[in-house]
Design a binder for this molecule. Structure first.
Ligand SMILES: [Zn+2]
Length: 266
């Protein structure tokens, strides 16, 4: 009866139906299998250094191709975990090892976030090969995995990031279909509560400057607050992929400004 009520309630909004099914799948137990990757730094790190979780999509034609790449010595890339479309979790590296998933990256005062992060790849063809919705089983097992890691390493929710957050000029993953809002409801990462535009008196002339001041406070880098540059568009798109997923055009509008304002001041 409770579920019938719930289903009726959530059917009012499309997104909420999807969330409802994520929750149902979350009741299934999660198994972790292992395939080792040779791609990691020789030195092991201290547990205390692990501060971030960086989420990716694989962006390849298939799961098989992605695993081949992540375990091929020549590719020089790897991640700690991979979650396939069926939700199967594969561990590729011990968390003490530094995986090569983030590449050149910045967030706040951190550079090269491989050193401080755990990388999780979620199988999806990505923007290049046919970007698809993430599956219910993938997301519910991602939630379970993140919860384990957050507890184990005391990772703050503001330190759960997407690859495009820390490398906005080069990367677009996990992209605008990634359910960040749902994850935030599960205390994984964070979100905002801007659903309607409020009456802030933002001066239009300062739109760009205010927006990038907020982004800098949130943690984004690769732009100059005082001076517009060709990087602006890519950084603004990365912000939209994360926090305003309905429209990813790189244009700084009233809604983007308000969301950034909320995030920078909360
Ligand atoms: Zn990535």
């Amino acid at each position: 009866m409770v579920y019938i009520y719930k289903l009726f309630y959530f059917s009012i909004l499309k997104d909420h139906i999807i969330y409802y099914f994520y929750d149902i799948w979350a009741k299934y137990p999660m198994k972790i299998t292992s395939i080792k990757s040779p791609n990691h730094s020789i030195k092991e790190r201290n547990k205390k250094r692990i501060k971030f979780i960086v989420l990716h999509y694989t962006g390849m034609q298939s799961e098989r191709v992605a695993i081949e790449r992540l375990t091929n010595k020549k590719s020089q890339v790897s991640s700690h975990y991979l979650i396939n479309r069926e939700g199967k979790v594969t561990k590729m590296l011990d968390e003490k090892k530094i995986a090569w998933h983030a590449g050149r990256s910045k967030w706040k005062n951190f550079i090269n976030l491989n050193n401080q992060s755990i990388g999780i790849e979620v199988v999806n063809k990505g923007h290049q090969f046919g970007y698809e919705n993430f599956s219910k089983k993938q997301i519910s097992n991602l939630v379970s995995l993140c919860k384990i890691l957050i507890k184990k390493y005391k990772i703050k929710k503001i330190n759960i990031l997407g690859h495009s957050d820390i490398a906005p000029l080069r990367k677009t993953d996990p992209g605008e279909k990634f359910p960040w809002e749902y994850l935030a409801k599960k205390k994984i990462g964070y979100w905002h509560n801007i659903s309607k535009l409020k009456n802030y008196n933002f001066n239009k002339i300062n739109f760009r400057r205010l927006f990038f001041m907020n982004l800098h406070k949130i943690g984004y880098r690769y732009f100059i607050i005082k001076k517009a540059s060709k990087n602006d568009l890519k950084v603004a798109k990365a912000f939209q992929r994360r926090f305003r997923q309905s429209k990813v055009n790189g244009l700084i509008d009233q809604e983007c400004l308000q969301i950034s304002h909320y995030l920078a001041n909360s």
